[in-house]
Design a protein around this ligand. Structure first.
Ligand code: AMP
Length: 431
């Protein structure tokens, strides 16, 4: 007989893991509320063309793409931004700006499964549409920091850069956009030698020395690095503007008073092609893969036929945040509710047991009913094993007096309680 397993690269989340994923999702949703982002739900399946338009070769080549039964070329979404941009270019076209939108859900990339890289993974995604101001970029960084803090992660480091620096230089050297994209892909993978060769092949050796210097320029002394960058890109007007823009954004972040560890990296690039401005990723020291990443993309909505709409956004990997929490041994701050199991002493009392369970659930108390027909001692053992707090034993003798026995499984104490007093006994911790 065939034994079925998950498809390669796919995972099941058992109750503990699922609880953690949902906990992080809840925190992400709370951050969305705190910053005024409205939640939307978009489809997992989108047209291939939309998803492929600006995703970048890396993501494009790893899409779960297929023809649906109607012969349309579709794909499972590898990211959220394309879907949100589609909405803003169409249905939400005339909505007043700014638009702050939040979504959370699963994404699909046919990556080689490895630590922290899955074929199905989850993100919380925030997009701020309509503002080109550095305050928008600063907000996205702040919000990411808020999420990391709210799940209890420590020592987060933000790696920050600006695609306008490299693209500014390459544009001024008349490097075609397609070649620029390839260069950015190589930079993203830190293949610096190959990058320089590609630039040389593009016939622009003039900027090679500048690029080389930029690749080596990074560090945590933000103003010093920015100053060095400014000197290095001298004469490349758009690159100078880009450094100025980055300086403004980081100044706004630091002026909030929040202490955020930053590393500015002049040669930093991200895999997605649509970025036009500041880009960033967030890390914890225990892991060398990013927990989240984002940046500014001012031309995507136009590309999808919408009004010119500047935008900035971020996506956080919920799976990876969970891994980081496990590594840092972060405990979940969940208020555990008291759980109850109702055990009828014999089958004829099932109806009473059901009635009591309904009463308790209406009062907001989680209740499980013994459904295996076990003897009392076995049923209590089972309840204990499941970490149930109280067993309610429904017996004939007590019922005659309108009562049941409540047993505190932790303290191993019990007493007889009138049915009308069960809720008060449990909620008031009176046993
Ligand atoms: P991206 O959409 O590539 O900008 O990635 C944003 C974040 O999503 C990353 O920082 C990761 O936390 C997460 N992420 C991206 N790809 C994967 C993957 N294959 N598996 C798990 N998490 C991922």
């Amino acid at each position: 007989m065939t034994i079925f397993r998950t498809a390669r690269g796919m995972r099941d989340f058992l109750p503990e893991g699922a609880k953690m994923m949902k906990y992080i999702e809840g925190k992400a949703r709370r951050v969305a509320q705190l910053y005024g982002y409205k939640e939307i739900i978009t489809p997992v399946v989108e047209s291939y063309e939309l998803l492929a338009a600006k995703a970048g070769e890396e993501v494009r080549s790893r899409m779960y793409a297929f023809k649906d039964l109607g012969g349309r070329k579709v794909a499972l979404r590898p990211e959220f931004t394309a879907s949100v941009a589609r909405l803003v270019a169409t249905t939400l076209r005339n909505e007043p700006k700014p638009l702050r939108l939040f979504c959370v859900g699963s994404l699909y990339r046919y990556d080689e499964p490895q630590k922290g890289r899955f074929r199905e993974f989850w993100q919380s995604n925030y997009e701020l549409m309509g503002s080109s101001k550095p305050e928008g970029d600063a907000e996205i960084i702040m919000l990411t920091n808020s999420l990391m803090k709210s799940v209890g992660l420590k020592n987060c480091v933000f790696k920050v850069g600006h695609v306008g620096v490299l693209r500014g230089i390459l544009s001024q050297e008349n490097v075609e956009e397609q070649v620029q994209n390839e260069i950015m892909q190589l930079m993203d993978k830190k293949q610096y030698e190959a990058t320089l060769k590609l630039v040389e092949d593009a016939g622009t050796s003039k900027c090679l020395a500048t690029l080389k210097k930029l690749m080596e320029t990074k560090g945590s002394k933000v103003s010093q690095i920015l100053k060095t960058m400014e000197q290095q890109v001298e004469g490349y007007e758009r690159a100078v503007d880009a450094v100025g823009n980055l300086r403004e954004i980081l100044k706004l972040v630091s002026e909030t008073g929040e202490k955020i560890d930053m590393i500015v990296e002049a040669g930093f690039a991200r895999g997605l092609e649509y970025y036009t401005g500041m880009i960033f990723e967030v890390y914890v020291p225990e892991m060398d893969i990013s927990l989240g990443g984002g940046g500014r993309y001012d031309r995507l909505i136009e590309l999808f036929g919408g009004e010119p709409t500047p935008a900035v956004g971020v996506a956080h990997g919920i799976d990876r945040i969970m891994m980081a929490m496990q590594k840092q041994k972060t405990s979940l701050r969940i208020e555990e509710e008291k759980r109850v199991m109702i055990i009828p002493v014999k089958e004829e009392l099932n109806r009473e047991a059901l009635k009591i369970s309904r009463m308790l659930r209406e009062a907001g108390i989680p209740v499980e009913i013994e459904v295996m027909g076990r003897k009392m001692s076995k049923a209590l053992e089972d309840a204990d094993r499941r970490n149930i707090d109280y067993a309610i034993i429904v017996g004939e003798k007590e019922l005659k007096n309108g009562a049941v026995v409540i047993r505190n499984l932790r303290k191993r104490e019990q007493k007889t309680v009138k049915i009308e007093n069960i809720i008060e006994t449990i909620k008031g911790n009176k046993l």
